[in-house]
Design a protein around this ligand. Structure first.
Ligand code: SF4
Length: 374
């Protein structure tokens, strides 16, 4: 090691005390609040996560309040953060804390790790920040700082790489100062040794940093990706009847479980023979999609005769971690109650007024469409 563990951690802590951002979850030792902030900040930047943290603390000041909430309330508050399984797992864990621990948060790394949605990083963060347990956090920021300062070229996605980084992080951790040290490490990665354009000239480690010495800042840390992106094309039928919109709750086994969207015809999904695909195919066949004026659908079926095209939206692109979704929305008005009822019954849809729609938890894609069109 080119730099002694004690010097590394001392320099890092000194830097932290001078440069740390003033964030509300750093003012507390309350494990529930630390847990909440850590779950919100998984895959989310501090600036984006902060208002969500404040909203959740206001709505659910204690873990018991969260446990007693309806899942829909949690998802509604979470709306826009993405990765909705995080919110569902958090709710599940809140209930478990009440049932198993009488509303008291578990107090050590091993027990915290048993909570749903809590991995090694989050358990280490809570155990060290709230209970001063000597366990090092290892997240994307930590990988980056360690890989660069110590010139480690092992793939951070491999189990061998994770073991090396985890061991080094724990060797560097000064006993009894885990809370301060872990915060310092993450903060240094977040605001100084950033993924692109790290501020090397003014860095406390510039004289020892192997990435700087070998001009390898841009390639470290090494992460070999092998998960392919899935491309999906969504055609949403925004069905309106009696000034209300038809929506449905998304089920298990796909993205956005528990959130609400519209009737969906996904291209390439051969398993979905239905009334909706009939409507959509017919609109395509007669060339009505892409028209932007009110136009009656003169199909053969009595159902299609009762449908008016209001408009077709622009294309929306929505990027998730391993999926890229292209979506368009076709706003259709239904004139007859029997037709509305038959579509509703065949597709588990329900009618909602616009104000009810506003209060349902929805994926950001749907929120953006509604904002621009209703
Ligand atoms: S010298 Fe540059 S690459 Fe090395 S730790 Fe400092 S900011 Fe990061």
């Amino acid at each position: 090691m080119d730099i002694q563990a004690s010097i590394f951690s001392e320099k890092l802590i000194q830097w932290y005390e001078k440069h740390k951002r003033d964030l509300p979850w750093r003012q507390t030792k309350e494990p529930y609040l630390i847990w909440l902030s850590e779950i919100i900040l998984q895959q989310t930047r501090v600036n984006q996560g902060l208002p969500y943290y404040l909203k959740f603390v206001e709505a659910f000041p204690t873990v018991v309040d969260m446990a007693n909430a309806e899942e829909q309330e949690i998802l509604r508050l979470w709306q826009g953060l993405g990765y909705y399984s995080r919110a569902r797992n958090m709710h599940h864990s809140a209930k478990l804390i009440v049932e198993k621990y009488g509303g008291y948060f578990p107090t050590n790394y091993k027990e915290i790790l048993q909570l749903k949605g809590v991995g090694g990083y989050t358990a280490a963060a809570i155990a060290s920040f709230a209970f001063d347990e000597d366990v090092a956090v290892v997240d994307g920021n930590v990988y980056r700082v360690l890989a660069r300062v110590f010139g480690i070229e092992e793939d951070i996605a491999s189990s061998k790489g994770q073991k090396i980084f985890n061991e080094l992080a724990n060797i560097l951790l000064p006993k009894g100062k885990s809370a301060q040290y872990n915060q310092a490490m993450m903060e240094f990665g977040a605001i100084h040794c950033k993924p692109s354009a790290p501020d090397c000239p003014s860095c406390i480690f510039v004289e020892k940093c192997l990435a700087f010495a070998n001009k390898k800042q841009a390639i470290l840390p090494i992460k070999i990706k092998n998960i392919k992106t899935k491309y999906r094309s969504f055609n949403y039928l925004v069905l309106e009847y009696d000034n209300k919109l038809m929506m449905k709750v998304r089920q298990e086994g796909d993205i956005w479980q528990g959130l609400y969207d519209f009737a969906l015809v996904e291209e390439g999904d051969t398993a979905q023979a239905s009334l909706l695909t009939d409507i959509f195919d017919h609109l395509k066949e007669v060339g009505l999609i892409s028209m932007r004026s009110n136009y009656p659908v003169n199909g053969q079926s009595p159902i299609l005769k009762e449908i008016i095209i209001i408009n077709e939206s622009k294309q929306y692109k929505h990027i998730l971690t391993h999926q890229q979704i292209t979506a368009r929305f076709i706003h259709l008005k239904i004139n007859a109650k029997e037709v509305a009822d038959s579509i509703i019954n065949a597709h588990q849809l329900k009618l909602y007024t616009l104000s009810e729609v506003h209060h349902l938890p929805k994926p950001t894609l749907i929120v953006n469409y509604l904002k621009e069109n209703f």
